[in-house]
Design a protein around this ligand. Sequence first.
Ligand code: PLP
Length: 410
Amino acid sequence: MDKSNLGKRKHHLIDTEFAARQLRKLGKEEMNYLQEVMNGETLSNYIAEESLTRRFEDAFARKTGTKKAMAKSSCMTGLAEAVSVSGAGPGYEIICDPIVHFGGLAALFFNAVPRFADIKRDTYNMDPDSLLANITPLTKAVIVTHLWGQSAEIDTIRDICKEHNLFLIEDCAHGIGTTWNGTHVGGFGDLGVFSFQEFKQLSTGDGGMTVTNNEELFDNMRGAWWFSGESPKFMYLNYRMNEMTAAVGLAQLEKVDEIIEGTYNQTLRILNEAIQDCEWLVTRTVPKEAHMSGYWWSCTWNGDKHGLSYEKFKQIEQELEIGLRFGFNFYPAQEFPIFRESTAYKTHPDCPVRCPLYTSKSNYRYTWGMTPVTEDLMQRFITVNLIFLSIPAAQEMADLIREAIRRMEQ
Ligand SMILES: Cc1ncc(COP(=O)(O)O)c(C=O)c1O
């Protein structure tokens, strides 16, 4: 498969430097908070009672309508911590999406077996029916991704988890500003985890935030790494955020609505409009309950169903230098060797699917065909990372997409 387009970043319409300075509006607000840190007593949120990190956490909890927020070094470390407190570990299963591998990796980190539920063809988010079909007596938790700023059917998924007594973790890496029925994602489940890595709507370079409405759970987690002389309550390492990162995060949080609505949702709309009359490029369905937060623009190639050649479309895209990315990741997570070939634990290559503690009778194995919709869609996706796209660049890109469609249809 041709991966030459994957991760393509040097493009005349996609300008990473411009995005960091202009689209994210990095400026005096960030500098003012950073100055406060420099003038203060500590660089670590660990020591200070009053800190930029506490302020960032409180503001983030208010933004997401949750009771508590805890700043992390990344989303991935927050997901791993969430798995740890879920009680899942060797011998248990965690149901994840296959479209990204982060949930599966967090499960593997604690030697739990990731089971992959399929996604829906129109929304690209976890299919609640497939989630139900994957629940077994060994299932302990679910990690659901709100992919590319669009909420999964989170109320249905929450109800399924409640009924089956499963710990629900929301992967909100792309979810700031994303709501379902007017409620911000993150607080539907037991824990929600956000990412502030460079390619996200709110960036601190690296960083993350865990939110919850369960105050007892929060207190346990917060206490786990306070230097109190007590034993940690669960398996976890030290993945805190520092004060400088929180300073940038707090300033960015105050601007994030303007950044999302003023730029990313505009560029999303501009690109959607470019294909609205095209029968063979299909826009992503946004359910009426979902308010999307622009992050990645995506559509599905259906040209083969209209007698059109994908190779020809790719060639036209190259000629026009549009900057589209074909085939997101190409493979579902279960195709990655770390899952399929159980390479996570080198000295125990069978962990965790053939672990003696894993008593499943189902002989669960990662095989092609287990998530047919994801497998098909991943090769059909055409995407653009909106984080690096200005409005004029999106307009230019939209014109080029229209031209490519015209050339395909002439
Ligand atoms: C869905 C999803 N979850 C988790 C992560 C990991 O985020 P981080 O880089 O903050 O660890 C990413 C990163 O892109 C992601 O896309």
